[in-house]
Design a binder for this molecule. Structure first.
Ligand SMILES: [Zn+2]
Length: 141
């Protein structure tokens, strides 16, 4: 029921099992997203996870920065195997969804422009099949 987990190399921080053609294609893979205290979102896109992480870490100490996250643009991530379906279910019950692109639990928000419920950071909506697949809340009874 879950997305395939991408393993990050412990030394380089690079995803280990992303197909070579995706990396070679130069397509967007990672986006460092900054959330400011004025509730603005800024971001920069990188092919390399390591570069995105480095940029995010540099920005995380800047004035007015509330949160910096590196978001996956193409590949979705299920919760780590140490988190059980029941634990995800409990998080769902308190209003948090596993975000497969932020790779953490988030409180999604209703977006009046699109009339959808979306992740405040990566902007994926609850219509996304990988969001539904990773959160028991959306599973058919
Ligand atoms: Zn997200």
């Amino acid at each position: 029921m879950r997305s395939e987990a991408i393993v990050l190399d412990k030394q380089t921080g690079e995803p280990r099992n992303i197909p070579e053609y995706l990396i070679e294609s130069g397509k967007t893979l990672w986006r460092a997203v900054i959330l400011t205290d004025k509730n603005k979102r800024l971001g920069k896109t990188f092919v390399s996870y390591r570069e995105a992480k480095k940029w995010a870490e540099e920005k995380s100490t800047a004035k007015g920065v509330v949160e910096v996250t590196v978001v996956s643009k193409i590949v979705s991530f299920g919760p780590p195997s140490k988190i059980s379906d029941n634990q995800v279910r409990e998080m769902n019950a308190i209003g948090k969804l596993w975000c497969p692109y932020c790779r953490c639990f988030r409180e999604y928000e209703w977006d009046p422009w699109s009339d959808r419920v979306k992740c405040p950071i990566c902007r994926v909506s609850t219509e996304d099949c990988d969001v539904r697949r990773n959160n028991p809340k959306f599973w058919r009874k």
